[in-house]
Design a protein around this ligand. Structure first.
Ligand SMILES: [Zn+2]
Length: 216
């Protein structure tokens, strides 16, 4: 599907939805120091052909401006003439879309996601046992156990991608970058947000649980 064949109103809907999520997350202090990025897909999906809107690089995410987002294709290349640069981490979004066909990806840095990614870093996953909120991922087993994958973080972002390809798990809609942040996704913006919030809750829980175990 060509970018030009995707209806304008669909593109506008996606930009509007991203704008409102961005304002909501910014108000909650989830974009410390301009970190983090958001993306949402438009049009049809094929693993080798898709398009999405993503936050432009280096902008203050607490402001709403005409320079907040741009559209890119499956290789992270802008679809339209623009001076805006896609986020440096766009290649990670490209790979997650390619592997999952999801509709939206939200990435944030938080103290808790950084702490657990380092604490469980050598284990390469964060274990969570029997917490009710695991159901947010549509995992309904009694006393469910999940392991949230952790991958290495490199300054050279494309080096992170092969590990994501390797480690992404279809039933877990998120992946942690060690001492960096979480990528969470869903079939649409609503689901991606639910997953992101559930991950953050579970990371804080995992952190505090380890602390409790250490002092009792
Ligand atoms: Zn990041």
């Amino acid at each position: 599907m060509n970018f030009a064949d995707i209806a304008l109103e669909e593109k506008q809907r996606v930009l509007r939805e991203l704008s409102s999520v961005k304002a909501d997350f910014a108000a909650r202090g989830m974009f410390a120091g301009t970190s983090g990025n958001l993306s949402m897909r438009v049009g049809e999906f094929q693993p080798d052909s898709f398009h999405f809107a993503i936050t432009a690089s280096g902008k203050d995410k607490s402001l709403s401006t005409p320079e907040d987002f741009l559209f890119v294709d499956q290789s992270g290349k802008p679809c339209e003439t623009t001076r805006l640069k896609p986020s440096a981490e766009t290649v990670i979004h490209c790979e997650i879309y390619r592997l999952t066909g999801c509709g939206a990806i939200y990435h944030t840095h938080s103290v808790f996601n950084n702490l657990v990614s380092e604490y469980f870093g050598d284990r390469k996953s964060v274990p969570v046992d029997g917490v009710e909120l695991i159901k947010a991922f549509n995992i309904w087993d009694e006393e469910a156990h999940i392991d949230v994958p952790i991958v290495s973080n490199f300054a050279d972002v494309p080096r992170i991608v092969p590990e994501i390809t390797d480690r992404l798990e279809s039933r877990i809609p998120g992946i942690l970058l060690r001492k960096h942040g979480i990528y969470a996704w869903g079939r649409d913006g609503f689901e991606a947000k639910r997953h992101l919030e559930a991950f953050e809750f579970l990371f804080e829980y995992a952190y505090r649980w380890e602390l409790l175990k250490a002092i009792r």
